[in-house]
Write a protein that binds this ligand. Structure first.
Ligand code: CTP
Ligand code: MG
Length: 226
């Protein structure tokens, strides 16, 4: 099983002086936090870390010692302009032996191991794709181009999805080859008509997007540290 950790974004909304994955949270970069969860997950054979081209060497120096002698192999590769391009770069770096792929945002750096396990369990159970999701707290409206409401889906039928998103490798590669615009990998796979299962996500999998999110993550870490 392989994990592609996408960390090649610039972090415009966070507005730090370095790319988001290299910003520190309680003394460790977001990328290091994210990799801690990845390498602690059983069954990971290969990890591909996708970073901005000028940070490949720096990321290698930080990430390589994290896998340990019996841990997964690790490779750092340069990403692309959009997240989809970075995922594609990661997929291309996996060895031929990998059959199951998890795609994980470095920005969801506090994702607990149990979430990785739930996704893998669903794939073991035969799902082509599996993504973690949490119930939405807001009422969601569907609108048209003028802003007029065209529908109010029942909250029971809605989930806000997170990463890691897991797929059978050939399904994800096929989806990427179609080059449909989407904000997550599952949407590409769904567009091809493959069933994607939502498993239970976790509030600690929040995506660090803004400075407020970074503060929230710091509070979460303080809580878990007791
Ligand atoms: N990502 C990536 N390559 C890109 C864009 C995003 O690998 N070209 C990764 C980010 O590093 C992040 C994840 O995809 O881990 C989710 O993206 P997002 O939260 O949007 O991060 P950024 O694109 O860096 O942030 P922003 O949109 O605020 O610039
Ligand atoms: Mg982005």
């Amino acid at each position: 099983m392989g994990v592609v950790v996408v960390a090649a974004g610039s972090g415009t909304r966070l507005g730090a002086e370095r790319p988001k994955a290299f910003v520190e949270l309680s003394g460790m970069t977001l990328l290091e936090h994210a990799l801690r969860g990845v390498v602690a997950t059983a069954g990971v054979d290969e990890v591909i870390v996708v970073v901005p081209a000028d940070l490949v060497a720096g990321a290698e120096a930080v990430a390589a010692p994290m896998t340990g002698p019996t841990g997964p192999t690790l490779q750092v590769v340069p990403g692309g302009a959009e997240r989809t391009d970075s995922v594609a770069a990661g997929l291309a770096a996996l060895s031929g032996a990998v059959r199951i792929v998890l795609v994980h945002d470095a920005a969801r750096c506090l994702t607990p191991v149990v979430v990785f396990e739930r996704v893998l369990e669903a794939l073991d159970g035969g799902a082509a794709g599996a993504v973690p999701g949490v119930p939405v707290v807001d009422t969601i409206k569907v609108i048209d181009g003028e802003g007029l409401v065209t529908g109010t889906p029942s909250r029971d039928s809605l989930r806000a999805v997170q990463t890691p998103q897991g797929f059978r490798r050939e399904v994800l590669e096929q989806a990427h080859a179609c080059a449909v615009a989407a904000t997550d990998d599952a949407a590409l796979v769904e567009a091809l008509g493959h069933p994607v299962l939502v498993v239970e996500g976790d509030h600690r999998s929040l995506k660090i997007t803004t400075p407020e999110d970074l503060e929230r993550a710091e509070r979460l870490l303080r809580l878990t540290a007791g």
